[in-house]
Design a protein around this ligand. Structure first.
Ligand SMILES: Nc1ncnc2c1ncn2[C@@H]1O[C@H](COP(=O)(O)OP(=O)(O)O)[C@@H](O)[C@H]1O
Ligand SMILES: O=c1ccn([C@@H]2O[C@H](COP(=O)(O)OP(=O)(O)O)[C@@H](O)[C@H]2O)c(=O)[nH]1
Length: 244
């Protein structure tokens, strides 16, 4: 089988999920412009080798419905705030991408006329084919979901080859590596193994969706320079979750 080269990436279209928290960099809240610029650079490298990039960004650096609820807010209101947070992150990411001369379109699952376009699948696919990075913001548009589920949903809808979950850890472990120093990393897992072992790196709704639609997911460390390009040209970074 031919080995993919930089001029012939393994994937033609990817859905990249960036966790909101990872955008904080060294801070405790908000957005670190240096992280945004670094991500823009890495995404630009994918676009440069002809890969179509759809992007879903979390909102955990600003608001999370569950945390707001724990602090006393109504859960649905909290989730609405969380989804709005993802739109703010998307605007910041568009700014960083456009400063790097990468043509970018932001769509929102919640209509927000005058700020971003409403999500339109066919339009998104056309834009991706034209080489634009398309950022899908406001999650699924519904409370009680996460942006991991939104990433898998949009990935399936746009017929991406893979969902790439960029996070703070370098793959899926036997236990949360932030809490258990003895946790061991998996190179590869099936959807059922993730579900059966309740491995917490991604919510189970997202994994079920991917299993039902046979959408592979790769979990990798977004702080490792070059990891994204390595994956797209066929290297084994992080953990691949796919059919058994
Ligand atoms: N089995 C596991 N393997 C890897 N990471 C795990 C596992 N269980 C829990 N995690 C945690 O999941 C997080 C990744 O999810 P992510 O959505 O990026 O973060 P958050 O939910 O904090 O926004 C990691 O930072 C890690 O601490
Ligand atoms: O379809 C969605 C996606 C997100 N959210 C809300 O938006 C917040 C931010 O998203 P997430 O926690 O997935 O961000 P991440 O962990 O990736 O930073 C969530 O906590 C939810 O409150 C939601 O209600 N529906």
């Amino acid at each position: 089988m031919p080995v993919p080269s930089k001029s012939q990436p393994k994937y033609k279209r990817v859905l990249l999920k960036l966790s909101g928290e990872a955008l904080m960099g060294e801070e405790d809240f908000g957005i670190d412009p240096k992280v945004m610029d670094r991500m823009a650079l890495e995404i630009g490298q994918l676009v440069g080798i002809g890969v179509q990039v759809g992007l879903v960004i979390g909102g955990g650096n600003l608001f999370r419905g569950a945390s707001l609820h724990a602090a006393g807010l109504d859960r649905v209101t909290g989730d609405h705030m969380g989804m709005l947070a993802t739109v703010m992150n998307a605007l910041a990411m568009r700014d960083a991408l456009e400063r790097s001369n990468i043509s970018t379109r932001v769509m929102s699952a919640i209509p927000m006329s005058g700020i971003v376009e409403h999500y339109d699948r066919r339009r998104a696919i056309r834009d991706l084919k034209d080489g634009d990075v398309v950022i899908f913001s406001a999650g699924t548009g519904n409370p009680f979901f996460t942006t991991d589920s939104a990433a898998c949903l949009r990935g399936i809808e746009i017929d991406a080859d893979v969902v790439l979950k960029a996070t703070k850890v370098d793959g899926v472990y036997t236990a949360d590596p932030m809490k258990d120093p003895d946790a061991q990393r998996y190179d590869r897992l099936t959807y059922d193994q993730v579900l059966d072992m309740k491995l917490g790196v991604m919510d189970l709704t997202a994994i079920c969706l991917c299993r039902d639609h046979n959408m592979p997911v790769r979990v990798f460390d977004m702080n490792k320079a070059g990891a994204l390009t390595n994956i797209v040209v066929g290297s084994d970074e992080g953990t691949l979750i796919e059919e058994g």
